[in-house]
Design a protein around this ligand. Structure first.
Ligand code: SF4
Length: 353
């Protein structure tokens, strides 16, 4: 442990740390829920979800007893839905065992929990000496100690893991972990941090060598791919709409969506019309954009009136005014909200989750 480094972070945290609802507890269940939400969600967005989630499911028993559809509805809008499925599955494991796991190995074995999340839960809830290592920690360590190893290689990860473990304040691992995470999120930010007002400016090697903006180093830059989704709001003569559930192994597994296609190019009205011979198609939204980590999705929607043909059996025809009882990805929700009222969707309720 580097006592000066840890003490500077902890003193900074004492004054500048964020006052977040899950920081007022050492209940491992509540800390676990907050950490899973924060895996791919910003704190500002995750806060309301956290409050609603733990109000409805205050312990693992109540989460285990809920239906999957209800859990997914509570998660709706947060994205990366495998997190909700993992929470639900893990709560059922805990309900069977009768307790939240109390060791690092037990916590790490929960579905959806990786090294980072297990270290955060165990250090904060149980005071166990496990150091967190995430994007914020990589950045702080790379800059302060001038580490040129790429953070996205096996070798680089080993170097940073050893450094993170060595720096951990083993007398207060939970405090130290939260301090370094907040320090990376608020002070040593990506781009150009405010180094002149940094409590570590006297010892920061990257600042001394003018390397702050170059660190941390990455070997591979991620290539983002464009994908074009074309959805069809297919309405039959009885006023029902065709809806299907996303299959297993998919980013939106278990959520509902309109019938649609996906391709590397947009689908024109003429091409779309060939899928529904004899039907009139109307383009009913402006193109929506949705950013995922490695893909940019663009979505169009066509209204298909009075369709009487067959569609894949895995879907179902649902009453138009009942669409909002189905959990959907945020992109689908946005798409249904923006479809023209002339298309009959203006009546759709805007959901609050
Ligand atoms: S001096 Fe700048 S680069 Fe160094 S730790 Fe502080 S904020 Fe980060």
């Amino acid at each position: 442990m580097n006592r000066e480094f840890a003490a500077a972070l902890e003193e900074w945290y004492d004054v500048n740390g964020r006052d977040l609802p899950w920081r007022h507890t050492r209940n491992p269940y509540l800390i676990w829920v907050s950490e899973i939400i924060l895996q791919q969600t910003r704190v500002a967005q995750g806060m309301d979800y956290y409050r609603r989630f733990v109000e409805r499911f205050p312990d693992f028993g109540q989460l285990a007893a809920a239906s999957e559809v209800e859990v997914m509805r509570m998660w709706q809008g947060l994205g990366y839905y495998s997190r909700a499925r993992h929470l639900h599955a893990a709560a059922r494991m805990m309900a069977q065992a009768g307790c939240f796991p109390s060791t690092y190995a037990g916590v790490r074995a929960l579905p959806g929990v990786g090294d980072y999340t297990a270290a955060a839960i165990c250090s904060i809830a149980y005071g166990l000496p496990y150091a967190v290592l995430d994007g914020n920690v990589f950045r702080v360590l790379a800059r302060h100690f001038l580490i040129d190893e790429p953070i996205d290689t096996t070798r680089g990860r080993k170097v940073f893991r050893a450094m993170a473990d060595e720096m951990l304040d083993t007398s207060s691992p939970g405090l130290y972990n939260q301090a370094i995470m907040d320090f990376g999120a608020l002070q040593c930010v990506p781009g150009v941090p405010d180094c002149l007002r940094c409590p570590l400016c006297d010892t920061c090697m990257a600042l001394r060598h003018g390397r702050v903006r170059q660190l941390p180093v990455k070997e591979r830059s991620v290539r983002v791919r464009n994908r074009y989704l074309t959805y069809f709001y297919v309405r039959d003569a009885k006023g029902r709409v065709y809806l299907r559930r996303r299959p297993e192994g998919d980013i939106w597994q278990g959520l509902y969506e309109l019938y649609g296609t996906v391709a590397d190019q947009p689908c024109s009205l003429d091409e779309a019309a060939t899928l529904f011979p004899g039907c009139r198609l109307t383009c009913c939204t402006s193109r929506l954009k949705h950013q995922l980590t490695h893909q940019t999705l663009y979505a169009d929607c066509y209204l298909v009136e009075g369709y009487a043909g067959s569609l894949p059996e895995e879907g179902e025809w649902v009453p138009e005014n009942g669409l909002d009882s189905y959990p959907m990805p945020r992109l689908m929700e946005r798409l249904l909200e923006t479809v023209s009222p002339a298309g009959g969707l203006g009546k759709m309720k805007k959901r609050d989750v």
